[in-house]
Design a protein around this ligand. Sequence first.
Ligand SMILES: *Cc1c(COP(=O)(O)O)cnc(C)c1O
Length: 454
Amino acid sequence: MSLDPSRAELAAMMTATTELTADFLAGLPAAPASRLTGAKPFDPPAEEPGEFAELLAVFREAAANAVDTAGPGYLAYFPAGGLISASIGEFLSTVVNRFTGVASTAPDLVALEDSVLDWLCREFALPATASGLITTGGSLATLSALVAARHDRLGQRHDRGTLYVTEHTHLSVAKAALIAGLRPDQVRVVPVTAEHRMDPAAAESLIAADRSVGKVPFLLVGTAGSTSTGTIDPLAELATIAARHGLWFHVDGAYGGGFQLTERGRVKLRGIEQADSITFDPHKTMFLPYGTGVLLVRDRATLRAAHTVDASYLQDLRRDPWPPDFCDLGPELTREFRGLRMWLPLHLHGVAAFRQALDEKLDLAAEVHRELSALSEVDVPVRPDLTVNVFRRKHGDDAANQRLLERINATERIFLSSTRLHERYLLRLCVLSHRTDAARVAEAIEIIRMLGRE
Ligand SMILES: *Cc1c(COP(=O)(O)O)cnc(C)c1O
């Protein structure tokens, strides 16, 4: 096939792609939640052209050797499913292949992407100066937040700066600090309460103690939905402490931030509106395909100040105050147009569809907590703030619990992960995919009830 297909060739490829997509979607409820064999080597590309149907078959088979992260039984880590409307948006974005690193080459597309970020800023009740950036994920959003915080609070002198996390803060914060050139001892770990939340009093005394010995505290990181248990730090109290001591307040809402779209979530996330920056992962809590993260900042100028470098070969590009030049807000220059994969689903399904789906996940997770707590065989040590439940066998050591996880996952109907709390192994069940319904949750509880008894 030539590099640009004919209309007939395009139609044939699209039809085959539609068939594969429809088969995949129809097969999801019955597909194994995980079925894995080892990786196999693939042939290098040949000089001669290939057959689209054959290549599609190779892809289909390779995709099947996997944990089915798109299916309703995926209850490990943070499931999202992946909305087809976002995939179609992604496809169309790459078809027109517009350059959206700066606004002047595709101003309406950049404005369209900015409208989604603006909407999110309003959902999080951030002020009119707020803005953001669609990244490839939470890790990149957090990296830019950390760099903006450092630039804003420390300028060019970083060596004595310190930032504050807990043992439950996601590894992406320590990784961002590492990439940004901070030493491990500049990342300070604040003790947590018995409920696994950052202890505000302990944070305040650590900040004061550090300052008294010449350190320069510049960043306090609160977590809105921790990875292990989905627990929310006391955000309002942390915001007050950060303000009192002149620290930038970042909220890692990669997982939990999306629940701001629900009424119950907004109550639990109170204080997030005071953040200087927020990480949020639509590829978790908005059911979008992997590769979609968001960074929101209270003041766009702080993000721009930390990420702008000029070069003479960019002199032809007009720079206006709006729409934003995304290249000035993050590490990338050339980037795919990420706006449509968010804009299209939001407008096509309507925002209420997302609010309702997330509300349903909160209900289902509460149901999991009720049902597991009623089982005599398991301990359920944490009441979920959001949609993560952890549990372990009442009788039996870590190895027995690990075996239980293996047996649960061997059913191929659900797939769970595990974590540790106070050195103890815990099984972990997170309801988050839009495809996980009440029936699958009931089945999960039945599987745990049966296998937990043995
Ligand atoms: C997933 C997650 C991250 C990292 O985001 P990626 O999109 O995987 O880069 C950071 N923090 C929390 C709390 C998360 O759940």
